[in-house]
Design a protein around this ligand. Sequence first.
Ligand SMILES: *Cc1c(COP(=O)(O)O)cnc(C)c1O
Length: 468
Amino acid sequence: MTPEDFRRHGHALIDWIAEYLEGVEQHPVGSRVQPGDIRASLPEHPPASAEPWEDILADLDRVVMPGITHWQHPSFFAYFPGNTSYPAILGDLAASGLGVQGMSWVTSPACTEVETLMMDWMQELLGLPAAFRSTSASGGGVIQGSASEATLTSILAARWKATGGAVNHDGDTSRLVAYSTSQSHSSIEKGLRIAGIGTEHWRIVPHDADFAMRPDELARMVAEDRAGGLVPFWVCANRGTTSSLAFDPLPEIGAIARREGLWLHVDAAMSGIAALAPEHRWVNDGMELADSYCTNPHKWMGVNFDCDLFYVADRVALLGALSILPEYLRSAAAESGAAIDYRDWQIPLGRRFRALKLWFTIRSGGVAEAQAMIRRHCQLTQQLAEWVALDDRFEIVAPHPLNLLCVRLKAGDTATDAMIAAANDTGLALFTRTVLDGQVACRISVGGRTTEARHVAAGWELLQSVAT
Ligand SMILES: *Cc1c(COP(=O)(O)O)cnc(C)c1O
């Protein structure tokens, strides 16, 4: 491909993306293909010679499109929001064009410095503790690829701290114990496994009727483990669980963590972004007690995957756990302490210039747009809850302070599952299920960038029409 071809094809691809996003509503929300269908529509072997670009682009429509579940569809009520926006897409494109590896400051100073500033801007925009700012005494933030990586990174920092750094030299971690509720994300258990803590030393703290952690139970379990000769070291508090958007009480959990010397990680991957709207800042209540925190602009802020914000109040443990300095990465800037090398703040070495998509989004008016979107989603969810309350076949099974409503049919699990399947089969909307206290529930996650009242109303009418 010549530079001239690149210009021409690039413009065509931008047109293709714009047309896709403008027309996304015409597609069935969930992909209809069966496993293997997509592969079967492609040649089994790579092409022997170059193909015309037009054929390649055409296959986006012919081959790829049938296998897409349309996360950007305004009637996508499944999983969690994963919305994109135009400036963020362009930011990602610019990052691809620059093609830099930002593992160290010296490998591309702008990649590091724009990122550090974006983390500080977001600390301000979300109203997070000042201790998370890069300009604070010991805190700072970094963009991670995902909340799962942020959680693992937090566990590794806490593990380093709990062992006084001995873990870097085959120190004993076999007595370390971690805590969260059963409602916490699967990445918590996965992170504990990867970090060598293991599922056996993951304590599931009982939750209350609202699916939030019971601090009295946490305190009891910590005491029990200590009495048993174990070392409680890490607790994960959810601010917005994936299953039902439950909020663990941070002030109480934080007080226990402080008293007991546990690292407190706050997982707000899905709901932390709500704090962009000042009236939802309550999602941060108690955050000043957190040792680490993460939230995902790639869920609810129009910044396409991957963009997770990870903050620590004390970077010493993080750098202690993850800094390794081979000869070929030494630089005067890093050794003087004047520059941040983000490779020491994450699992991989290499990193893309992800801050660009955040920077573009914030500067092109995306914060006001995200605030308006968040407010609209929350209002629509409350409106939906009122409609649901009027149909006595349904019940609401969890608190719904933001943009997720969990409902079930009083007729039971089979009926609720059948309703979800029948609604999804129409292609008009997409819902996912969860199980809350042993009962199946339909999750209605209102989070599309272009989701309006009419989509929520139609989604609700669809559920009603297939409910028994
Ligand atoms: C979505 C989610 C995660 C995982 O996010 P990734 O960025 O995909 O790793 C973790 N925790 C919570 C509460 C989530 O909602």
